[in-house]
Write a protein that binds this ligand. Structure first.
Ligand code: HEC
Ligand code: HEC
Ligand code: HEC
Ligand code: HEC
Length: 147
């Protein structure tokens, strides 16, 4: 076997391992249907990006709150979202799919209202709560998500 051929074979093996990893990754996300930690960085949705991306520990929140508390699709004031829609990669459930300039709450306002609204409410009630200071949510650019 020539050296070139051997390298080609090693490469093929490498891609197969990669592919298996990718398939199991996809399978596990379909089973759980949600993310652990998210980095919210819709940088292309704002005319000027003023703040660093936002770290959002999704699982920490699903421990205490119902999916439909945050995810919605309103019709006549009713949340009609089918929970089957809540799978990874479904762009229709992303906040930006609806919260554009046309709605009362444009994207930044929608996020702030939901995140900060709940953290503030929880603090006032005296139950466990989340951050309310800018720098606690808008973490440094390019910082990797802590696990
Ligand atoms: C509880 C978390 C949280 C806190 C606290 C918070 N933000 Fe945000 N902010 C968000 C989220 C989530 C977004 C949406 C990010 C995206 O769409 O990429 C956002 C978006 C923004 C944006 C638009 C995107 C950009 O970077 O230009 C600005 C400006 C902003 N926030 C400023 C602030 C300021 C100023 C404060 C403090 C007074 C603050 N935020 C506090 C969560 C937070
Ligand atoms: C405290 C609020 C909150 C709760 C509770 C919540 N989510 Fe989320 N979820 C979010 C936000 C915010 C995002 C990011 C949306 C975006 O990218 O604009 C998100 C993203 C997701 C995504 C990823 C979409 C993508 O980008 O591929 C899935 C899947 C998801 N949630 C499923 C669920 C399921 C299932 C539950 C209930 C077990 C749940 N969520 C509960 C706020 C919440
Ligand atoms: C399928 C479309 C759709 C998606 C996806 C969506 N929203 Fe909404 N949302 C609406 C509509 C419609 C309203 C009512 C009009 C308004 O207030 O802008 C609304 C209202 C809101 C309100 C105001 C509710 C109140 O109590 O005043 C907040 C806050 C909000 N959305 C945040 C979010 C966040 C955060 C996400 C992503 C996790 C999200 N929305 C995803 C359509 C959507
Ligand atoms: C329905 C209520 C609710 C909403 C909506 C919500 N949070 Fe929280 N958040 C909490 C509570 C309660 C805690 C404290 C959880 C704990 O300590 O067990 C928390 C904690 C956090 C923490 C701290 C995690 C840590 O490790 O200390 C961050 C960061 C955070 N939230 C970001 C966000 C962002 C960003 C959003 C919007 C995309 C958001 N939260 C929306 C209730 C909420």
């Amino acid at each position: 076997m020539t050296l070139k051929r051997m390298i080609a074979n090693i490469n093929n093996g490498f891609y197969i391992v990669m592919l298996c990893g990718l398939i199991s990754l996809l399978a596990s996300s379909i089973v759980f249907g949600q993310e652990d930690d998210l980095l919210l960085n819709n940088t292309d949705a704002y005319p000027i990006v003023q703040r660093a991306s936002v770290y959002f520990p999704h699982d920490l929140h699903t421990d205490s709150f119902d999916c439909l508390y945050c995810h919605h699709d309103y019709l006549d004031g009713q949340n009609n979202l089918d929970t089957d829609e809540l799978y990874e990669g479904n762009s229709a459930i992303r906040c930006r799919a609806c919260h554009d300039k046309g709605l009362k709450n444009e994207l930044k306002r929608a996020y702030h209202k939901q995140c900060l609204g709940c953290h503030r409410e929880s603090r006032i009630k005296g139950v466990p709560s989340g951050p309310e200071l800018c720098g606690e949510c808008h973490i440094k650019k390019n910082q990797s998500i802590p696990h």
